[in-house]
Design a protein around this ligand. Structure first.
Ligand SMILES: [Zn+2]
Length: 274
């Protein structure tokens, strides 16, 4: 994974809160990065953070996913604990989508941040017309060439997608994007008015985050550049025309299995908003 010593101040830039446009107040100094909190809305974010060019280098690095779920996932039929969890999340999340829609699987599903395409492949298997977007060339290539999935490699804003998706998924993605307000606005423009948005992210008011401080294993300041709470998620989503309608924090729920510091959220378009 990321070597903290690999980045210098020259790779970084200062940013402001994406909601309030004001600089944050320092919480943890992790040179060359800083963990800061917006004095107005309490959104936690990284500033200084990696510049866009440095971020792209990070995601293009074939080693980016190594050691995690995806490393196991690219080996067929892996029975590693990480892969078992991955399968539990996938099944739990597909079931959550069906429950939220109160409909059987089927229709158009978009996954933003598709990684190696494991969830998308399962969604296709369940009956969805599945499309994806992935920034990492390594991940996108695997999804396209090995799994035969329809995955665009690049930023969501640049993807040639037809709007009107029944479901848009963003698993562990919103904490990575340059500007979450702009990200959720793009998602809002792609989801149908009666569609559903489902996502997962770490949350900074989770017990591990509060107890462990700078030793929180999910802090990773190079790639996790926004740290949300259910409250700041609701603010961000509302700014983008989406209402946060459900938050699953229980680590026993299949959609969130074993995750003590992450949540699964469900959001729906606010009528009349765009
Ligand atoms: Zn703010």
């Amino acid at each position: 994974m990321t070597e903290p010593a690999r980045w210098t101040a020259e790779d970084t830039e200062d940013v402001v809160c994406c909601l309030c446009r004001v600089p944050g107040t320092l919480v943890h100094d992790l040179v060359p990065f800083g963990v800061v909190r917006c004095p107005q809305c309490a959104l936690v974010f990284i500033s200084p953070r990696l510049r866009p060019e440095a971020l792209q280098r990070l995601y293009d690095d074939a080693g980016y996913f190594e050691g995690g779920v995806y490393d196991a996932g690219v080996r067929a039929e892996s029975r590693s604990p990480a892969m078992l969890l991955q399968r539990t999340w996938t099944a739990g999340r597909l079931a959550l989508i069906d429950r939220e829609r109160d409909l059987p699987a089927g229709g158009r599903l978009l996954e933003v941040g598709a990684g190696y395409g494991l969830f998308l492949a399962a969604a296709r298997e369940a009956g969805w017309a599945a499309s994806g977007v992935e920034l990492s060339r390594t991940g996108a290539k695997h999804a396209q060439d090995t799994l035969g999935l329809d995955v665009f490699c690049g930023q969501l804003e640049d993807a040639p997608l037809e709007p009107g998706f029944d479901v848009v998924c963003a698993w562990d993605t919103a904490e990575h994007v340059p500007d979450p307000v702009s990200f959720w606005r793009t998602v809002r423009s792609l989801v149908a008015d009666d569609g559903v948005v489902v996502f997962s992210t770490p949350y900074v008011d989770s017990l591990p985050a509060r107890l462990l401080g700078t030793r929180w294993w999910t802090l990773k300041p190079a790639e996790h550049i926004w740290h949300f709470t259910p409250r700041t998620h609701a603010l961000l989503l509302a700014r983008a025309g989406l209402a946060l309608t459900r938050v699953v924090r229980n680590p026993l729920a299949p959609a969130n299995a074993g995750r003590l510091d992450s949540l699964v959220g469900v959001a729906r378009p606010i009528p009349g908003a765009s």
